[in-house]
Design a protein around this ligand. Structure first.
Ligand SMILES: NC(=O)c1ccc[n+]([C@@H]2O[C@H](COP(=O)([O-])OP(=O)(O)OC[C@H]3O[C@@H](n4cnc5c(N)ncnc54)[C@H](O)[C@@H]3O)[C@@H](O)[C@H]2O)c1
Length: 255
């Protein structure tokens, strides 16, 4: 059931990205995975390493987005899909914000995502087809004084998704985004632990339960169900859908 189409998934060393890459491998695609740590990437693709390309490295380094896309094209001669999933967020009170937090957050969430989109978009445009899925967040439209750089970076992801969708539409390339609700990945756990610390909450379980209770569906998202929505957009969604920001947040995000 393997097929010729290829996909690049960033941030695939763990969390949501790992689940997306594994689902795409299970669907028979050739899957390139990018993240900081080589061992974690190899673990992601251990079910079908012969159909995988492991690309370790920091995507914020000069030239890295272009080199990563070029490596996929060099190996397989094509890039059909890109999932911009790699991300970073740090809790930091507004009045204590540090330049380094902004640099790191915007570097991966915004600049690398935009340059990967352009590099992949050029290749896809030549082929006359392609799909790009960006991972945004409900945070992009929330007021989060402890998480300003992250919220701003995800608002930028929404802006890039819209611009890229229009720029690439004449070439038959679709660009959409998924806004996942709270998933208990490493990023989410460390983020909430830090919010609890700053707010002086010692009963972490009660704190987390309160946050969960604010989700209309009354539970957190499973990484697998969010990954399914990303794979649907990348492979199965009707070809008339572009510039869409899909809410997968259990009702938190409503427009
Ligand atoms: N967990 C949630 O509740 C949640 C909610 C909404 C959106 N998101 C988004 O989902 C995506 C996946 O996050 P996750 O929850 O799986 O977190 P995660 O921390 O498990 O995964 C993010 C991955 O990105 C990689 N990464 C970060 N900086 C990088 C860089 N400079 N170069 C290469 N790789 C880099 C990390 O190493 C990590 O493996 C992110 O874009 C995140 O903002 C997560």
């Amino acid at each position: 059931m393997s097929e010729d189409r290829t996909v690049l998934v960033t941030g695939a060393g763990g969390g949501l990205g790992r689940e997306i890459a594994r689902l795409l491998l299970a669907r028979g695609l050739r899957v390139a995975v990018a993240d900081l740590d080589e061992d974690r990437l190899s673990e992601t693709v251990d079910a079908a390493p012969q159909r995988a390309l492991v690309l370790p490295g920091d995507l914020t380094a000069e030239g890295a987005p272009e080199a990563t896309v070029a490596a996929v094209v060099k190996r397989w001669g094509r890039i059909d899909m890109l999932v911009n999933n790699a991300g970073y967020g740090a809790i930091q009170p507004f009045l204590e914000m540090q330049r380094s937090t902004w640099d790191r957050t915007l570097g991966i969430n915004v600049i690398a995502l935009a340059l990967l989109t352009a590099a992949a978009g050029r290749q896809m445009g030549e082929a006359g087809q392609g799909r790009i899925v960006n991972i945004t967040s409900p945070a992009s439209r929330m007021t989060l004084p402890l998480y300003t750089a992250y919220a701003a970076s995800k608002a930028a992801v929404d802006a890039i998704t819209r611009s890229a969708a229009v720029a690439l539409a004449p070439y038959g390339v679709l660009v959409n985004a998924v806004a996942p609700g709270m998933m208990d990945t490493e990023m989410q756990k460390s983020t909430e632990a830090e919010i609890a610390r700053i707010e002086g909450r010692t009963d972490i379980d009660a704190f987390l339960a309160e946050r969960t209770a604010r989700i209309p569906l009354g539970r957190r998202a499973g990484v697998a169900e969010i990954a399914e929505s990303v794979v649907w957009l990348a492979l199965d969604a009707p070809a008339y859908m572009t510039a869409e920001r899909m809410n997968m947040s259990g009702g938190m995000d409503r427009d």
